[in-house]
Design a protein around this ligand. Structure first.
Ligand code: ZN
Ligand code: ZN
Length: 268
């Protein structure tokens, strides 16, 4: 498909899912974290990927994973199985070495799912795992994906997506993380920031224990940002989205976060 370029077309990110869970409590239409970049790249691979039809699935060749928690990886095994055999199609999954180790040991271990890095054979498998250390970048055509540091209960990464014209950061799952803030502040062309706020303020202790953000921690983070990105809130706990957004709305600061919604398209 047509791509962006500094003097050309933009790159686009479509939200397939941005909830902390499934079930759609209170009229919410919940799918877990999954974002389609243009039509061939996924950033996280949660339940939102299940809404793509087969033609859309078979265009996906690259998956950037924030961390190994199930809500972010659940569709990877099914995606690879569905499109591998029929199209002899290889999907490359990019994540930190620690996350790939977990996927190998606990998902693609022949017990939970076959090891698709050996199917049909190791020389041309349907699944390719490529390690990206924090601070390293991967180029996919004209687009650059850089792993940024986070603090969560398991090793993980945020991803900076650079279209050549502008940058978008997706936090993945993280609690307050000075290293991430420093990395974001060092970006020269940040335009969009998707950041989680999993818990409401009254669950601050849970947010700290589960290494997520709550509104007061988000406030601290936003106050330390030096740029002027548009801020979108993701990973709201099902049923608590309105409450969390109300609390975020009461934050006083330069940046006015909006709730990210499924189906939303961000061009940059
Ligand atoms: Zn997580
Ligand atoms: Zn999560």
């Amino acid at each position: 498909m047509a791509r962006h370029g500094p003097g050309g077309k933009f790159m686009k990110l479509t939200v397939l899912g941005c909830s902390g869970g499934i079930g759609g409590i209170g009229g919410e239409d919940s799918r877990t974290s999954s974002f389609l970049v243009d039509d061939d790249v996924l950033v996280d691979c949660g339940t939102g990927v299940g809404d793509l039809d087969f033609d859309a699935l078979r265009r996906v060749s690259h998956v950037f994973v924030s961390h190994s928690h199930l809500d972010h990886i659940t569709a990877i095994p099914l995606l690879v199985d569905s499109i591998g055999e029929l199209g002899r199609h290889t999907v490359t999954v990019y994540a930190t070495p620690e996350t790939l180790h977990i996927l190998r040991a606990h998902v693609f271990n022949w017990l939970v799912w076959p090891d698709f890095t050996a199917i049909p054979d190791r020389r041309s498998p349907y699944l390719h795992l490529q390690a990206v250390k924090i601070g390293e970048s991967v180029r996919v055509d004209e687009r650059t994906f850089t792993a940024l540091p986070v603090r969560h209960t398991v090793p993980g990464a945020a991803w900076c997506i650079d279209s050549g014209a502008a940058q978008l950061v997706y936090s993945g799952d993280t609690t307050y993380c000075p290293e991430l803030i420093a990395a974001i502040n060092a970006l020269p062309a940040l335009r969009h920031l998707i950041v989680e706020t999993a818990f409401p303020e009254e669950m601050r202790a849970r947010a700290i224990a589960a290494r997520h953000l709550c509104p007061s921690m988000l406030e601290t983070m936003l106050n330390e940002l030096t740029g002027e990105p548009l801020v979108y809130i993701s990973h709201l706990k099902p049923g608590l989205g309105e409450r969390i957004m109300e609390q975020i709305g009461a934050i006083r600061g330069r940046l006015r976060p909006a709730r990210l919604t499924r189906g939303q398209v961000i061009a940059f």
